[in-house]
Write a protein that binds this ligand. Structure first.
Ligand code: ZN
Length: 140
């Protein structure tokens, strides 16, 4: 995505253009459009995007840390989302690896991510669900 004002290439998580300061209006779509097959799958993907909204928002808001790049956190969220959108072909091992990354460097993001993944109608496979539950806090 580029800035509408100065055409600078923007970081994915940017709320404002780092060059000219213009507010970035992001489309309400996080997943890669070409990961979806057909309108029903696309509608499901947008639902999952919506559930992931707090994850992306928190990544945007959190303070910069020298050891963690926000773009890395952002890419990881997108990867987890894309993997889950594969439905039956989703690989629980990959999801575990990405959740471990969050556990290590961004526990605040981990909780939001597991909540999103266990949200209504995400339709994860039992294996993926078990993998997520290993990271989720005990249900209240
Ligand atoms: Zn700009």
């Amino acid at each position: 995505m580029v800035c509408k004002n100065c055409k600078m290439e923007l970081p994915v998580y940017a709320g404002y253009c780092p060059s000219c300061g213009m507010k970035v209006h992001k489309p309400h779509v996080h997943h890669e459009i070409d990961t979806t097959r057909g309108p029903r799958h696309e509608a499901h993907a947008r639902h999952v995007d919506w559930l992931f909204e707090p994850v992306y928002r928190e990544i945007e808001r959190r303070l910069e840390e020298p050891t963690v790049d926000k773009s890395e956190l952002f890419d990881t969220a997108r990867r987890i989302e894309a993997e889950v959108l594969k439905g039956n072909e989703a690989n629980p091992g990959k999801i575990v690896r990405w959740l471990k990354l969050y556990e290590e460097v961004a526990p605040d993001i981990l909780g939001l991510t597991t909540t999103a993944l266990l949200g209504p109608d995400v339709d994860v496979t039992p294996a993926v669900r078990d993998a997520i539950l290993a990271f989720a806090p005990e249900p209240a």
